[in-house]
Design a protein around this ligand. Structure first.
Ligand SMILES: [Fe+2]
Ligand SMILES: [Fe+2]
Length: 480
């Protein structure tokens, strides 16, 4: 219950817009599900008004349930894409078809539990629970009667998979869950349904002997293992961002991150520090820690296009911006780290939620250092030339990253003997300037959360100040 409560408190995000055509296709699939799930009620002869009425009731009930399922998934994942909604309802459609075609061959456990695992991994536990309740309650063939005990076992096993599936962080844990749920379903069927339903070797149709508890559990294990095998394919086709995928992306041996550490070591160090700041702040406000850690790791990969144009990689050598002596061109180089970053993200097939960190960590911030230089040169300039193109942070996580990005350089450049009060003042000033500039307007961060973020940054700074490495950012901290 605590976990569900925490999930319901996750940062509010701006919902993504779904195009009209996608909406139309989604509605059509829901209608097809309703027809498939209810048409058998019309096959009775002779058909009377009462039968048609009961068909209509069943049809409407299934249509409304499908609509509610989509609403629940949108509530849990405001940034859900139309592809992911297709996945949820297509799985529902597939299960309804499977119930019609295979109900006499395969146990309902093997039909409902594997899709619940995919949905809980990709879309979260609440969506998976909603999906399980609809898939378990609606049976297209009125002649199929499921044993009450089996129905109870189905609901318990599917709920366990839905609840744990949303929290699992590695493929190995997925494997354990699949095996334990299958063993649990076998034992509970044995206890609740009966020992006489087990024939380990006598049955000719050994694997597909519906009703035989051992065969059913074996099919469930096989179905779960195949599902785990196919989850990475679902991830790439439907853009799912599972915990396991996030952790894989956060692996510092990934080629893009290795390149960053070799070609832009200063940026890599800056990235690691930001990961620490952002992680602590996200933990304080109860956001998605795995998401921000991975997002922070990739936020500045665009600097790989020209590492030595960024102060943290210059290592005391000449600053090419001074040789260029053209503030407008310099501003273009800075904007390029966002544009090139997005290109890297596309090339490396980074999920959208991770790629969002690249433009949103800079928002529409002003490149104050070069804007000042342009003013000194009396150039006829528009301030918009010296602002990043945005968008401003659309979630609490990207907003935290922007604040961590701003504070990191200033904290690094701070005197080692500075007091906590001075550090907090520096952090507060930077955050206040972002706030005043309207950068946090779409992030839904509350005043209380901003207070917690400041405390979190201070805690991290206290931890790291003794092993601080200094580079000359005090004057030019707009370079980040
Ligand atoms: Fe950046
Ligand atoms: Fe950065």
């Amino acid at each position: 219950m605590f976990y569900l409560w925490r999930r319901s408190q996750v940062p509010v995000k701006q919902p993504t817009k779904i195009s009209r055509i996608d909406n139309l296709i989604i509605i059509l699939v829901c209608i097809v599900i309703s027809i498939i799930s209810s048409y058998k009620l019309l096959l009775i002869s002779p058909l009377n008004i009462a039968d048609i009425f009961s068909w209509f009731l069943a049809f409407t009930e299934i249509l409304i349930s499908s609509g509610l399922l989509i609403l629940v998934s949108k509530k849990e994942n405001p940034t859900i894409s139309s592809r992911q909604i297709f996945l949820i309802i297509t799985l529902l459609l597939a299960v309804q078809v499977a119930k019609l075609a295979l109900a006499s061959t395969i146990s309902p456990l093997s039909m409902i539990i594997p899709p619940a695992l995919i949905i809980s991994q990709g879309m979260g536990s609440i969506t998976a629970l909603a999906w399980v309740s609809i898939a378990s309650l609606i049976w297209p063939d009125p002649e199929i009667v499921i044993n009450n005990n089996l129905f109870f076992i189905l609901l318990v096993c599917a709920s366990i998979v839905s609840l744990l599936g949303g929290r699992i962080r590695s493929r190995a844990q997925l494997l354990q869950l699949s095996i334990f749920v299958s063993i649990g379903s076998f034992l509970s069927q044995w206890i609740l349904i009966g020992k006489d339903k087990i024939s380990f070797i006598n049955n000719q149709n050994f694997v597909l002997a519906n009703g035989d508890i051992f065969s059913d559990s074996l099919v469930l294990v096989i179905a779960m293992l195949f599902t785990i095998l196919f989850i990475p394919i679902f991830e790439s086709i439907f853009g799912l961002l599972t915990k396991a995928r996030l952790l894989e992306l956060a692996d510092k041996e990934k080629p893009l991150i290795r390149r960053l550490s070799l070609e832009a070591p200063g940026t890599f160090e800056h990235t690691l520090l930001i990961c620490g700041l952002a992680e602590e702040a996200t933990r304080m406000i109860g956001g998605d820690i795995d998401l921000i850690k991975t997002g922070a790791l990739y936020h500045d990969v665009g600097k790989l296009h020209a590492p030595n144009w960024f102060i943290e990689n210059q290592d005391g050598s000449k600053n090419p911006h001074d040789e260029l002596d053209d503030p407008i061109k310099s501003a273009e180089v800075l904007q390029a780290h966002v544009d090139e970053g997005l290109k890297f993200a596309r090339k490396n097939r980074l999920p959208k939620l991770i790629a969002n960190f690249i433009p949103e960590h800079q928002g529409t911030l002003k490149m104050g250092y070069f804007f000042q230089k342009a003013k000194e040169k009396n150039l006829d300039i528009n301030e918009t030339y010296f602002r990043y193109k945005g968008p401003i942070p659309q979630s609490k996580e990207t907003a935290i990253l922007m604040l961590a990005d701003g504070c990191e350089a200033a904290l690094r450049a701070m005197d080692i003997n500075a007091s906590d009060k001075e550090a907090l003042k520096t952090i507060s000033n930077i955050i206040y300037s972002r706030e005043k500039d309207g950068q946090l307007d779409d992030s839904n961060l509350s005043k209380g959360e901003i207070f917690l973020i400041k405390r979190a940054f201070l805690n991290v700074w206290k931890r790291i100040r003794h092993r601080r490495i200094q580079y000359p950012t005090s004057k030019n901290n707009t370079f980040s």
